[in-house]
Design a protein around this ligand. Sequence first.
Ligand SMILES: Cc1ncc(COP(=O)(O)O)c(C=O)c1O
Length: 382
Amino acid sequence: MTSGPFDERLRKVEEEGLFRRIRPIDSAQGPTTMLDGAEVVLFSSNDYLGLCSHPKVTHAAVECVKRYGWGAGAARLLAGSMTPHMELERRMAQFLDKEAALLFNTGYAVNTGVLAAMMGRGDLIFADKLSHASIIDGARQCGAKLARFAHNDSESLEALLAKAPAGGRRLVVTEGVFSMDGDIPPLKWIAAIARRHGAMLMVDDAHGFGLFGPEGRGTIHMAGIADEVDIHVVTLGKAMGGFGGVVAASRRIVDGLVNFSRPFIYSTAIPPAAPAAALAALDIIRGREGEELRRKLFKNAEMAVSLLRGRGLKVDSKTQIVPVVVGGSEEASALSSKFLKGGIYAPAIRPPTVPRGTARLRLSITSGHTEENIKKLGALLG
Ligand SMILES: Cc1ncc(COP(=O)(O)O)c(C=O)c1O
């Protein structure tokens, strides 16, 4: 039985039409899936390159389970670290051109774990207004002062840095591609401003890694600022089609995280099949197949944007994330229900995930969508 503020909060969420419900699916991730027993085209998955069920990736996971078993047994500092974890860290550090990398259980754990370990009372964190919850949670946990700059606005960042009190460490944090808006920040400007004001720079490229830059190294490599990024965060749960999070940084920072980052120290390590699958995914991403998947992905995304614009919608995206902002939560839910009746699954994204008044359908396009799938979107809006 729940009661008091918890129950009240839940009732308020119900009254405001913001109640969240888990929908069962009974098939692998892919452009089409079985939702509540019916086939739908999925426009909400982050499996951008179709690697969640790619035969080479699943084979690597299965072979790893045969060799190493399923579980990792304990946290890595306690029970030792299996080869797939170590190998993935070596390969990711090399690929991202950093001295070292550390694997966490999720991207969420990387952001909270890095911020809480590296920053503290008396320090200052400057984060974009639309930062992911994991960045905000990490900033709040560590006790540093959190200042939020206007979304993708380098002038707003500079103004905050300029008036910030002296003393304490400074860290600027942004994302490579914003998860709910699909836009890319002015990374070169942000890097230059951070440097000018003596701040470290952290970029969470959860939605850019695997997709942008040479061989899919991500947006910071595309922008040519990789050397200026002190802390490069990627997740294995999106374009990589798996599970886990990686931070790439200097050897000293990674050593510090091994010693101080609580989600790393106090949590059972991710099953070895996850880094084994990630190694296979990395090979695909770096190779010719990755190039081809990215070409298909961006062709699909362009097609979706021009089709939606053709239907009179104000959409603007140069990435695989195409937000259709409708405003109110009820309108967004109504549009999502209309889509579902027509065989498309794109749940409404409502506050608190996005600011009030900006409820939306967040369409995520994948390389596996067919022209027919995308045309269906337009037909439903007609
Ligand atoms: C920008 C951003 N950072 C971090 C995360 C968390 O990554 P993970 O799903 O691996 O925990 C997400 C996922 O929702 C995200 O969108």
